[in-house]
Design a protein around this ligand. Structure first.
Ligand code: NAP
Ligand code: ZN
Length: 349
């Protein structure tokens, strides 16, 4: 393929509604694959970036870092993939490949200049990157993963961000049999956290704003479900959890939640609201508690996650939408009205 122009949905300016447009894709390099994108998930991070919550973005912005598709062309040096393979791309499309983290398969924590985001970033060629709300993607084969045959492509797409973002801390902090894990927020990330932690053998509790989604939470694998709008929840669950995974996209009173950790328990910040959160020293000191963070996952762990999901029959609960429904879907995600991930059918672009 030579340098080409493809169709996409983009936000032309910060906070602006997305509209149909065209963008360039580079010619296939030695190690590149061309992906016919079939589905792209809508992550709350897409909305944060369009809205400029994390600082200035690069506009026009084509979001989308939960990409599932099929390889339609390969560069001359490609060895890992062939035409027809089902592949996924997540939050990054490159990194330095030389630092300790890149060598360890922790490309998301690249210290040699940082990962190159799938969109809202600048690639090696100095050009802006554009994400998965588009018909095609050219990516280095080392930054794609294989989607197992048993997972439908639409339900697989959200695994590329929501899935790995919860799998990685669940793995790192060894949530498994005998461990009590709480997931705060039953949205796109949270619902995958419940499924994966349950499949790993942990006892899972959902902490949601209300009991509205209780039936779903229990069906997804939670043993317990509490409303955080009820102050009695914090008294009843004090000192309960080995691990708390906070997936909330808004500001929370972390001190109240730190009180729910057992001695030596860990609270992992995963949601990425724009404001800093104050933490009292005593909320951590009493009980030798840890406050940690975790960001997506590297390529090897993403492949491991997909294989784990296939083995355990897991995928995302999705609502497939047309491309012209993206703006409406954004409003529904902001209103916590999503069960549990919107996925764009790219054929409708
Ligand atoms: P989402 O689908 O909107 O889910 C967020 C959930 O948070 C909502 O469903 C809701 O759950 C809860 N929530 C929302 N507003 C709240 C409020 N004001 N108070 C309390 N709870 C509230 O979003 P998502 O796609 O899962 O993403 C969640 C966050 O993770 C975003 O900030 C996103 O940018 C971030 N993220 C981080 C990483 C990473 O690598 N660390 C990766 C991807 C995304 P209930 O209705 O159950 O209360
Ligand atoms: Zn995401």
């Amino acid at each position: 393929m030579t340098n080409t122009t493809i169709s996409a949905y983009a936000a032309p300016a910060p906070k602006a509604p997305l509209e149909k447009t065209t963008i360039p894709r580079r010619a296939l390099g030695e190690q590149d694959i061309l992906i016919d994108i079939k589905f792209a998930g809508i992550c709350h991070s897409d909305i944060h970036q369009v809205d400029g919550d994390w600082g200035d973005g690069i506009f026009p912005m084509v979001p989308g870092h939960e990409i599932a598709g099929v390889v339609s062309e390969v560069g001359p040096g490609v060895t890992r993939y062939a035409v027809g393979d089902r592949v996924g791309v997540g939050c990054f499309v490159d990194s330095c490949r030389e630092c300790d983290n890149c060598r360890a398969g922790l490309e998301q924590y690249c210290t040699g200049g940082g990962m190159v985001g799938t969109y809202n970033s600048v690639g090696r060629d100095g050009e802006p990157t554009y994400g998965g709300y588009s018909t095609h993607l050219v990516v280095d084969e080392n930054y794609a993963v294989r989607i197992p045959e048993s997972i439908p492509l639409d339900a697989a797409a959200p695994l590329l961000c929501a899935g790995i973002t919860l799998y990685s801390p669940i793995n790192h902090w060894q949530a498994g049999p005998g461990k009590k894990v709480a997931v705060i927020g039953l949205g796109g990330l949270g619902h995958m956290g419940v499924k994966i932690a349950h499949a790993k053998g942990a006892e899972v509790t959902v902490l949601s704003q209300s009991l509205r989604k209780r039936e779903d939470g229990l069906r997804l694998g939670a043993a317990h479900y509490y409303a955080t709008s009820d102050p009695a929840t914090f008294a009843e669950l004090a000192g309960s959890f080995d691990l708390i995974l906070n997936t909330v996209s808004a500001d929370l009173d972390l001190n109240a939640y730190l009180g729910l950790l057992r001695t030596d328990g860990t609270f992992v910040q995963i949601g990425a609201p724009e404001n800093p959160a104050p933490v009292h020293a005593f909320a951590l000191m009493g009980g030798r508690r840890s406050l940690a963070g975790s960001m997506i996952g590297g390529i090897p762990e993403t492949q491991e996650m997909l294989d784990f999901c296939a083995e355990h029959g897991l995928a995302a609960d999705i609502e497939v939408i047309r491309a012209d429904q993206i703006n409406e879907a954004y409003r529904r995600v902001q209103a916590s009205d999503v069960r549990y991930r919107f996925v764009i059918d790219i054929a409708t672009i």
